[in-house]
Design a protein around this ligand. Structure first.
Ligand code: F6R
Length: 605
């Protein structure tokens, strides 16, 4: 939520920062701003709306120049999206400009104190207290003032600061919000994530909680609250700039859907040794646990629902799932015999982080399945498995979800073997089935044109139901979420057997029901549910496995996906549902990569 960038170099900072903001826009897009330092003056332009609005204003502003500056793209938390609430925020005397990602929880208390001392506030944001504090405490020593100011803050922040008395220098500080530093040649950066400056440098330093950075064109100094310099390791980003660009696709979402076979392969291959799934490097003593608790948010939670069913089936260990935003309120039954598995693409989700803390407080071990290397969740967990999906830019996750599902399959197979629930022969067979999935995903993408036609047919529906049983039901949850978040069409996912207990009242003439019928042991059951909704006038779009002839006599439209091991179908059958959501949204002229009210990483509770 919110993206920040800072740059110091010897070229004009304006375009570099604006370009970085465009790349960060998926983190929030209700307002944006930029401040550049030119000698002893800081000039600022900010506006509500998307980064393109800002670009137009910044281009027209001739005063906005300089080799050093900061930028921000916002997802509003405190204060409506408006010009005045947009960042940067500047002190009244023009001495400081700041950008902030995070939430200052004690902002009201600080604001009241400063108001009593005569300080005037302009915006409704929590962020403004930071710039007012800087100005209030400033005694000519910016580092000292920055440390003092941040010591007053409770909550989370990734902070970028300009101070007129230190031309050519940007300052950064962080607690519980992501911030990464980019090391260029004669120029340096900070940003919320690497996508902001990947076209300039792949060499980075991770700033840790409680650390500060002083960054000029040719020097980066990291220090702690005692001003003690900290030596930091450099890290090289392995993926290429093209991974964070559309590369000819109209939307990132379509590109990321198409990248799934490669992402699955990249996630599977490093975990296979001698044709067997192998997670030995994790050093988890799986026999130690008598239950697993899976927790995450949104799509990551739905990946967990698939994982729950597969782990329970193969490992015969009790697996419970819980949305991370609720976990801590339930005083959950977690102890040192519970393995808590958290799942997160971004590795930043505040609710998931809170769930980890709750689990750890109760003595549990935490295993994280995460896409972003070095992210907060990856660091907090006792064991981390990365999904090698590469950067995911579209707000609606696709390859993030399927790679999470794949890791859960692999973990289930490996754990089942370690627990003695399957023998070596079964381990080899199940590994082979997993290795086939990228090819199955690739063939599923051949449905693209057919799905597009179905989206043309159905895009005007006001409400769409998804029904399925067992593993197919878990996939319905994700298919339905995909549709509603990017097309804004009302949708519900139901365990097909539950329809008759109430929801069938909503089935009427012309209602579209997407029936996921891929778990073949339950085919007859789901077909009878299809007949029930057809009898009430519904139109049925069925998703079934190649070779299924029966379904054609029951459904209005059928999409057939390649056959895989019935336990592992989710990674394949979700793909047409992602494409369906995409093309429905496209027909309805929705902003697919940046759906309204959403942002990619949800760093607020
Ligand atoms: C939906 C979507 C969200 C995320 C959720 C968790 O397409 O992307 O539901 O899955 O916000 O995010 P992460 O995985 O980053 O923790």
């Amino acid at each position: 939520m919110c993206g920040i960038i800072g740059f110091s170099g010897s070229t004009d900072a304006k375009n570099i920062i604006l370009d970085g903001l465009k790349r960060l826009e998926y983190r929030g897009y209700d307002s944006a701003g930029i401040a550049l330092q030119n000698g002893n003056v800081i000039n600022m332009v900010k506006t509500s709306g998307k980064v393109d609005n800002l670009v137009a204003m910044a281009d027209a502003d001739t005063k906005l120049a300089g080799n050093c500056g900061i930028g921000h793209t916002r997802w509003a938390t405190h204060g409506v999206p408006s010009d005045v609430n947009a960042h940067p925020h500047m002190s009244a005397d023009g001495k400081f400009a700041i950008v902030h990602n995070g939430i200052i929880e004690n902002h009201a208390e600080i604001k009241n104190k400063l108001i009593q001392k005569g300080v005037k506030f302009l915006s409704e944001t929590d962020t403004e207290v930071i710039v007012q504090l800087l100005d209030y405490y400033y005694d000519g020593d910016i580092k000292k003032t920055l440390v003092k100011t941040t010591s007053m803050l409770e909550g989370s922040y990734a902070l970028g600061v300009l101070c007129v008395d230190n031309p050519g220098t940007i300052y950064a500080a962080k607690v519980s919000s992501p911030l990464i530093i980019g090391i260029g040649a004669g120029e340096n950066y900070f940003a919320s994530d690497i996508t902001a400056f990947i076209s300039h440098t792949k060499n980075v330093i991770d700033l840790e909680d409680g650390e500060f950075a002083e960054i000029s064109a040719d020097k980066i100094t990291i220090f702690d609250h005692n001003f003690k310099e900290i030596k930091k390791e450099e890290r090289k980003i392995t993926w290429d700039v093209a991974a964070a660009e559309k590369s000819g696709y109209e939307h990132f979402m379509l590109k990321e859907i198409m990248e799934q076979p490669a992402a699955l392969k990249a996630t599977i291959e490093p975990r296979i040794k001698d044709n067997k799934v192998n997670f030995d490097e994790l050093n988890i003593d799986i026999k130690k646990y008598d239950r697993i608790l899976m927790t995450a948010c949104g799509s990551a939670y739905y990946a967990g629902c698939v994982g729950r069913d597969v782990i329970e089936k193969l490992c015969r260990i009790h697996v419970h799932t819980e949305v991370a935003s609720e976990l801590r309120y339930r005083d959950p039954m977690i102890d040192e015999k519970t393995l808590v598995i958290v799942i997160s693409q971004s590795g930043e989700t505040a609710d998931t982080i809170a769930a980890i803390k709750e689990a750890k407080n109760k003595g549990a071990d935490v295993m994280a399945i995460v896409n972003v290397v070095g992210s907060a969740i990856a660091k907090l967990a006792d064991f981390t498995i990365y999904t090698w999906a590469g950067p995911e830019i579209a707000v609606a996750t696709t390859k993030g979800y399927t790679t999470q599902v794949i890791v859960l399959y692999m973990f289930a197979v490996w754990a089942a073997y370690k627990l003695g629930r399957i023998d070596e022969k079964q381990l080899l067979e199940l590994t082979k089935d997993i290795k086939r999935l990228p090819e199955r995903a690739q063939r599923t993408l051949d449905l693209n044109t057919k799905v597009k036609k179905l989206a043309d047919k159905y895009h005007e529906k006001q409400s769409i139901f998804f029904i399925g049983r067992y593993l197919d039901y878990a996939v319905c949850l994700e298919g339905s979420l995909k549709l509603k978040e990017i097309s804004y069409i009302h949708s519900e996912a139901y365990a097909a057997g539950e329809l008759k207990h109430g929801t069938i009242a909503l089935i009427e003439e012309g209602r579209l029901v997407v029936a996921v019928c891929c778990y073949e042991p339950l085919l007859d059951k789901i077909i009878s549910n299809v007949q029930q909704v057809k009898a009430r006038g519904a139109q049925v779009l069925a998703l079934a496995v190649e070779g299924n002839k029966k379904i054609f006599t029951e459904a209005d439209d059928v999409l057939l996906v390649p056959k895989a091991n019935e336990l592992f179908m989710a990674a394949v059958e979700i793909i047409p549902l992602q494409l369906f959501a995409y093309y429905v949204a496209k027909n309805n002229k929705c902003d697919i990569d940046k759906p309204k009210n959403l942002a990619k990483s949800v760093t607020v509770e």
